[in-house]
Write a protein that binds this ligand. Structure first.
Ligand code: F6R
Length: 623
């Protein structure tokens, strides 16, 4: 059936899901370039509405490439940016003026007179007039042909936070707490992020002839779903786009993850019609979803439950409730193990494992993106593996220096001065940064010790991509890959654990996983050099920012009450990340509280579904 806007009856906005974040950026750049060329052919200017933030970086990179390699010219392009912090001079490092010149304008042939951004400086009394002038300029340019948007986790577009009215125009607004905490890392702390900004209004944005909203990463998935499938509401300003004639959401799989068509495609009709099949994972997913939905233990689901909740097709293709229930049940049951590294006496049926299942004890390499992800995400499993006699190495991928507050560093500096008994010459910026990284190393070492891992098995990689923070692009480079590859070859692990936590708001985890996967592919491609790689199994954990959905869980490690406390003690070693942590996001609970709540919620879900009752569970999925 055709639907006026979306792909199906759930989606009220056209949505396109691309295979990767990079292809989203390419697609957006392609559309922009096509528009510019089409207008050029007719001697018309092209008026672009532009966004800042992490999302459009790839688009700007692709546009710069098209300019350099394909002769795409911006001579006839006029731009209007969505927003700017207030008060902030255009030259400030965090200003969107600066962002736009760094990422795009300096690298293309645009006429500076054609560039417009809301004014972030000037006296408060002048702001309202400057905003009206901005609207006038947009009108004078003939309106916006194509508006590029990102979406905030509050559902904001531009800086139109919840409560913004559909009639709003360019104006001064107060930023939401979530928005400010998302920006905290760029500003060196939440308290430094301005509380206000000037933004185009909802009406201004809806005035664009074509709107392209990009969303990347799982942390955007919930708000994308609300904007696309939920009611139009000023609580999710992006939902106003449902009323726009020509809006497309361009999503990567992470951002699309909560859409009905992705999460529960059977609710859209027969899977075959959607080009999908009832494979084992999807069957288990449907059974677990049904159990959660009905509030029943898996083995108590009946044919009627399947029929009533829209799973007739599954019932008909696979068989009755009895068989289906067992499929769902064993999916979880087989995942449970107290021996994540395998067992040494072969007495117990092991869950499906890679070729190194027989090796005991194992060499295990745990990749921790930041210095605290290992214990936050799998502290219990780490301790268990160590207690069970495995040789565990932990590789801390980035220094984490950016998340040590000024106050914390000063405290350590005071300590150093009091040890020396004199005032020390103030260090330069690079040295302070190094020292901040050092502070985190000490914390990681203390935490690992609690899990039973000695300091000599810790590897601090300080991947260079992270140190380029603030630079125009943060990408995994050859230097990062070389470091990870060397470590893999040196340790030759039987088992790897890495963060599959792709929804951290700052993208570091995504890059860290990319580095591990690329390095692993490199060593696997040279089997003569790395015979171990073919046998090595790679487990992905989640931690600070999210949890695997039940059907994704392929290993579940139960924790006893004592292990939960030990894990908490390990997380406590990361003092710099307590209270004032720069990366806490909108969730005001501390990391240890979140980790415990999540591990407990896993245990409760298993219990509810009719499996054994544990105190807490850490979960893993296979790469
Ligand atoms: C940026 C803007 C914001 C961002 C949004 C998403 O000019 O107006 O609406 O698009 O906050 O930010 P990122 O892309 O950093 O997640």
């Amino acid at each position: 059936m055709n639907h006026p806007y979306g792909e199906n009856r759930w989606e009220k906005i056209a949505v396109r899901i691309e295979p990767t974040a990079a292809s989203c950026a390419e697609e957006a750049a392609r559309e922009i370039a096509e528009l510019i060329r089409a207008h050029d052919d007719q001697d018309l200017p092209t008026v672009l509405g532009l966004a800042t933030g992490s999302t459009p970086r790839g688009v700007y990179r692709a546009l710069v490439r098209k300019h350099r390699e394909e002769g795409l010219s911006f001579r006839n392009v006029v731009t209007f940016n969505l927003d700017e912090y207030y008060p902030l001079p255009p030259g400030a490092a965090q200003s969107y003026h600066r962002y736009m010149w760094d990422h795009l304008f300096s690298h293309i042939d645009i006429d500076p007179a054609n560039v417009h951004l809301p004014q972030g400086d000037g006296p408060l009394e002048g702001v309202a007039e400057a905003c009206r002038e901005y609207e006038r300029q947009i009108e004078e340019a003939g309106g916006i042909d194509l508006q590029l948007l990102g979406i905030g986790r509050t559902g904001h577009i531009g800086f139109n936070e919840p409560g913004s009215q559909v009639k709003s125009r360019t104006r001064l607004i107060t930023l939401d707490y979530v928005t400010r905490s998302d920006a905290a890392a760029d500003w060196g702390g939440l308290h430094r992020v301005p509380t206000r900004a000037v933004t185009m209004g909802i009406r201004t944005i809806l005035g664009a002839r074509h709107i392209l909203l990009l969303a990347l990463g799982e942390h955007k998935a919930p708000v994308v779903r609300e904007a696309v499938e939920g009611p139009v509401s000023d609580q999710i300003p992006a939902s106003f786009l449902q009323g726009h004639e020509k809006t497309t959401f361009l999503l990567d799989p992470g951002a699309a993850r909560d859409l009905t068509r992705v999460r529960t495609p059977w609710l859209l009709g027969p899977l075959a019609d959607q080009g999908l099949a009832w494979d084992e994972r999807r069957i288990a997913g449907a059974v677990l979803w049904l159990a959660e939905k009905t509030g029943k233990a898996i083995l108590k689901l009946t044919d009627e439950d399947y029929n009533v909740e829209g799973l007739q097709e599954l019932l008909a293709t696979v068989g009755g409730a009895y068989d289906l229930n067992l499929k769902g049940f064993y999916r979880l049951q087989n995942a449970i193990t107290g021996w994540p590294g395998g067992r040494n006496d072969g007495s117990r049926p092991k869950p499906l494992r890679g070729g190194a299942a027989h090796v005991f004890p194992k060499r295990i390499l745990v990749f921790s993106p930041h210095p605290d992800d290992d214990v936050i995400s799998m502290g219990g499993t780490l301790a268990r593996l160590a207690d069970q006699g495995h040789e565990i190495h932990v590789a801390y991928q980035v220094s984490g220096s950016g998340a040590v507050s000024e106050e914390m560093w000063e405290r350590y500096w005071d300590f150093a001065e009091s040890i020396h008994g004199e005032l020390l010459a103030p260090p330069n910026e690079a040295e302070v940064r190094r020292q901040r990284g050092l502070i985190r190393r000490l914390e990681a070492t203390a935490a690992a010790r609690i899990c039973g891992i000695p300091a000599e098995r810790l590897h601090f990689l300080d991947l260079p991509f992270y140190e380029k923070r603030g630079a125009a692009d943060r990408m995994v480079g050859a230097d990062d890959l070389a470091i990870v590859t060397e470590l893999l070859e040196r340790i030759a692990p039987h088992q790897i654990y890495a963060a599959g936590d792709l929804n951290d708001p700052h993208g570091t985890h995504r890059l860290c996983l990319e580095a591990v996967q690329a390095a692993f592919r490199t060593v696997s491609a040279a089997p003569a050099r790395a015979t171990w790689a073919g046998e090595c199994e790679v487990w992905l954990y989640r931690g600070a920012w999210g949890e695997w959905a039940l059907p994704e869980i392929e290993m579940a490690v139960p924790l006893s009450p004592g292990e939960v406390l030990r894990k908490r003690r390990a997380i406590f070693q990361h003092e710099t990340q307590k209270d004032q942590a720069l990366f806490l996001g909108d969730d005001r609970r501390e990391f240890w509280q979140r980790a415990e709540a999540r591990n407990k919620a896993n245990a409760e879900a298993f219990n509810r579904l009719g499996l054994a009752e544990y105190e807490a569970i850490e979960t893993f999925s296979r790469w």
